[in-house]
Design a protein around this ligand. Structure first.
Ligand SMILES: *Cc1c(COP(=O)(O)O)cnc(C)c1O
Length: 397
């Protein structure tokens, strides 16, 4: 059947492709260790599950207002005040079916043909596609490992044109774990001062930070930046709720109203039951978060040390999220089964075939010299997986 024009820009998610291939090999009986997971390996806390079960029992199972019930919007407002020191009104909040959905709706109402949206690389795989699906142009701006994979005022300044409409910032970052300090954000804000460029701040890894890092976002930098920033956040990563689908945005009233319109003609409200669970996640006991982060830190320290011990691989220490993004390009040119490895996909393929380890090629995130490994898996599998990688790399021709 003939497809419509929008399908031109669609690409299958590269992160999912590796996961599928690893699953297929597992089905064949191969013992594959997966480092592809983009979600916490912890169970959703019991108090949150209980709130959802209560909602079902009490019959809270009907349509709700499209942008979320007031009680949930108030919980989001309370969270933003408590954690970020930011004040919002109900009319400036929308909840959606996951933060990805929030970002999609936002792109639909903000962007159009001719608009340029700056996306620092390495980037989360969905940003360029979400921008293209809104008919706008992603402008990929490379960052360097030496600069901590972070945008600087100089690199940002060079990317700005008369058509620049927005900048998407993700801190801590998927895939690098890089996180911007308040000072660094203040410097970037200076470059944007006096312009009408919007900052979309994807704060989904806000809670997953290490070594006393103090999370900051662009909205907290100044009054001017609060007016120009739209915050995106959700519960997937902070509360191990990826399958529940709950995200939210905070920003200017007219943008939120337009996003609500789009949502009213597509998905309507996020699941009523999940909204009740989200209130508990936002306002209930938060003890789960430090427990999870402590465990992630232990694993981060192990995986970083083990990777750096492998000749040809170097790995900087991420400040947040649950990924490492080691450089493997020093091994390009080495041969596997008589064929030279020339890029990150071939390196990932080599690890899958030779080490029985699944990782994601850095090319998927806009940096071909690296690979991404998620450490949202057990310490035991991390240790075993690193042994396998070391052995396979040592055997390269
Ligand atoms: C996981 C993730 C999201 C979206 O998560 P949802 O499950 O849709 O809430 C958004 N941005 C980044 C960078 C992510 O890694």
């Amino acid at each position: 059947m003939k497809l419509g024009p929008l399908t031109r820009v669609l690409r299958p998610s590269p992160t999912l492709a590796v996961t599928m291939r690893a699953k297929a090999l597992q089905k064949e009986g191969r013992d594959i260790i997966g480092f592809g997971a983009g979600e916490p390996d912890f169970d959703t806390p019991d108090n949150i599950k209980a709130a959802a079960i209560r909602a079902i029992r009490e019959g809270f199972t009907k349509y709700t207002p499209v942008g979320g019930i007031d009680e949930l919007k108030d919980a989001v407002i309370e969270k933003l005040k408590r954690d970020n020191g930011l004040a919002y009104k109900r009319s400036e909040i929308i909840v959606s079916t996951g933060a990805k959905h929030t970002l999609f709706n936002m792109a639909q109402v903000l962007f159009g043909p001719g608009d340029e949206v700056i996306i620092p690389a390495p980037y989360w795989v969905s940003y360029p596609d979400i921008v293209q699906l809104a008919d706008a142009t992603p402008v990929i701006v490379d960052t360097t490992e030496e600069e901590g994979f972070k945008l600087t005022p100089a690199t940002l300044g060079k990317a700005l044109t008369a058509r620049t409409r927005a900048l998407i910032l993700n801190s801590p970052s998927n895939p690098t774990g890089a996180a911007y300090t308040r000072k660094e954000l203040t410097a970037l804000a200076e470059t944007l001062r006096g312009t009408e460029i919007i900052v979309i701040s994807d704060d989904i890894y806000e809670k997953v930070v290490y070594d006393g890092f103090v999370f900051a976002n662009m909205a907290t930098v100044s009054e001017e930046m609060k007016d120009k920033t739209i915050l995106v956040n959700g519960l997937s990563k902070s509360h191990a709720m990826t399958g529940w689908r709950m995200g939210y945005a905070a920003g200017p009233e007219n943008v939120i109203a337009a996003m609500t319109e789009i949502q009213s003609q597509s998905t309507s409200n996020p699941a009523s039951i999940v909204q009740k669970a989200a209130i508990e996640a936002l306002l209930g006991d938060q003890a789960f978060i430090p427990m999870m982060v402590t465990e992630f830190k232990r694993r981060r320290d192990t995986i970083v040390a083990e990777l750096n011990a492998i000749p040809g691989i170097t790995c900087s220490t991420p400040q947040g999220a649950f990924y490492v993004f080691p450089r493997v390009s020093a091994l390009y040119g080495r041969t596997f089964r008589g064929k030279p490895i020339t890029n990150s996909s071939e390196f990932a393929e080599f690890l899958l075939e030779e080490a029985n380890v699944a990782v994601i090629a850095g090319g998927a995130f806009g940096n071909d010299g690296h690979i991404r490994l998620s450490y949202a898996t057990s310490m035991e599998l991390i240790v075993e997986g690193m042994k396998r990688i070391a052995r396979a790399v040592a055997a390269l021709g």
